[in-house]
Design a protein around this ligand. Structure first.
Ligand code: SF4
Length: 80
């Protein structure tokens, strides 16, 4: 999968630990950075396709990504 978008991620300007928070407050901090990141969409898609379990990617926490994947599976099943 293409990873050139990573060069333009805003997270390159902050400590990597920011995107691996231990609590909801930390998730919100990371999400706020992602919200103004120019590569949010490809970042989220990358994390979903690669099944990345940890951290905030594309503005979504682990739990949110699991929900997105579950919804996609349900939609795919319904379309069959
Ligand atoms: S969306 Fe968030 S995690 Fe992804 S590249 Fe941008 S700042 Fe980094």
């Amino acid at each position: 999968m293409d990873t050139e978008w990573m060069d333009n991620g805003l997270c390159r300007q902050v400590a990597p630990s920011t995107f691996f928070p231990n609590d909801g407050v930390g998730v919100d901090v990371a999400r706020r950075i992602c919200a103004s990141c120019p590569v949010q969409a490809p970042c989220l898609e990358y994390a979903l396709v690669e099944r990345i379990d940890h951290g905030v990617w594309g503005g979504a926490s682990e739990r949110e990504r699991r929900r997105i994947l579950k919804r996609r599976r349900q939609e795919a099943a319904a379309a069959r």
